[in-house]
Design a protein around this ligand. Structure first.
Ligand SMILES: Cc1cc2nc3c(=O)[nH]c(=O)nc-3n(C[C@H](O)[C@H](O)[C@H](O)COP(=O)(O)O)c2cc1C
Length: 355
């Protein structure tokens, strides 16, 4: 049975342990370019012992950013600074990953610490787009519903972004199809009210994601792993369900996706979610078993023993941690000490005396 600190081989990549830094927007980019903040932030999580260090949601078009301070991967000038980050992550023995995204109807917002609100054009915001002309909720604008040509352009933007990710040195690519952003807004009947070939039936609602995967696969090499993050349930009647996620994962596997990152929710505001420790682990377990694909579990995983159990009981192939790694970037090293699973090189030589 595998343990938390056993390496994990996926395609040609061997990740040094089963712990991933879950993607986390830092709202610290300049015109989509990463800054020193990202180098220090992601670099620290790499020195802290995580196996996979994932760069935050990086927008495939400028309008696909949640805020003007989001990271971008929509122009070649983004590559140079990303290269410095991937190179440092690798030098610490970790695997650099990136999530590519389009925020759809949840875009053009103020950065969270300046207050949750829409930014108008005069404040540096932009026209938001979505699957349908349905607003996310109070305080959100009604998006422009994408035409067929515009959908095709966005699919093309994901492809160009994937190529830039490769040139930047990333070794695992994740497509963000969760949390109510553009791709999820097509998947879910809550937000997708279209009557054309991208709306209505399950097959039509998943069409754009399958097209994105196919386009990305044209440039993302087959020896490198490709992941998709899903909101495995909308937690709402008549919304997207876990069964939908299983069927979708079977399709994604058929197209060459290697791992499903199992999150949930965020298609609409004020939905009651039974949040508790490991509450999303059952989704990773179900999709792993029913769709026969590797999964990552995420959400309120904070205790080393329990994280080890997720792996040992083969409920998921990896665990992704977010807020716990904001509090403590050295969680992986400390967990390895606690579990007596320290591996060679996990503690940076410079820090040996600290542990
Ligand atoms: C500051 C912050 C930024 C986040 N940004 C992203 C993101 O860019 N992409 C994404 O898919 N999820 C994002 N999330 C969600 C996390 O990746 C993770 O799924 C969630 O926080 C649950 O994990 P946790 O309980 O370990 O924090 C973010 C979470 C936080 C706290």
């Amino acid at each position: 049975m595998p343990h938390l600190f056993d390496p994990y081989t996926i395609k040609s990549i061997t990740i040094r342990n089963r712990i991933g830094v879950s993607p986390m927007c830092q709202y610290s980019s300049e015109d989509g370019h990463t800054t020193d903040w990202h180098l220090v932030h992601l670099g620290t999580r790499a020195t802290g012992g995580a196996g996979l260090v994932m760069m935050e949601a990086s927008a495939v078009t400028p309008e696909g950013r949640i805020t003007p301070k989001d990271n971008g991967i929509y122009q070649d000038s983004h590559i140079l600074k990303l290269k410095r980050i991937t190179s440092f992550i690798k030098s610490q023995g970790a695997t650099p990953a990136i999530q590519i995204a389009h925020a759809g109807r949840k875009a053009s917002r103020e950065v969270p610490w300046r207050g949750e609100r829409h930014l108008s054009n005069s404040e540096g915001g932009w026209q938001i787009v979505g699957s349908s002309a349905v607003s996310f909720g109070e305080g959100y604008e009604v998006p422009h519903p994408l035409s067929l040509n515009e959908i095709s352009d966005i699919v093309g933007s994901f492809k160009k972004a994937a190529k830039r990710c490769l040139e930047s040195g990333f070794e695992l690519l994740e497509i963000h199809a969760a949390h109510g952003y553009l791709l999820h807004s097509f998947l879910s009947p809550i937000s997708n009210h279209r009557t054309d070939s991208y709306g209505g039936s399950f097959e039509n609602r998943i069409r754009i994601l399958l097209e994105v995967v196919e386009a990305v696969k044209e440039v993302w090499p087959s020896h490198l792993p490709l992941a998709v993050r899903l909101s495995c349930t909308d937690w709402i009647d008549r919304g997207w369900t876990l069964i939908d996620s299983v069927y979708l994962s079977i399709e994604l596997k058929r197209l060459g996706v290697d791992l499903i990152d199992c999150s949930s929710g965020a298609i609409a505001p004020n939905i009651k979610i039974p949040i508790k420790k490991h509450f999303q682990v059952p989704f990773a377990e179900e999709i792993k078993k029913k769709a026969d694909i590797a999964t990552a579990a995420v959400g309120l995983i904070t205790e080393p023993k329990e994280a080890n159990n997720v792996i040992y009981k083969e409920r998921a192939d990896m665990v992704f941690l977010a807020k716990e790694l904001l509090r403590n970037p050295y969680w992986p090293i400390q967990a390895a000490q606690y579990l007596n699973q320290i591996t060679p090189g996990l503690i940076p030589l410079q820090y040996l005396r600290g542990f």
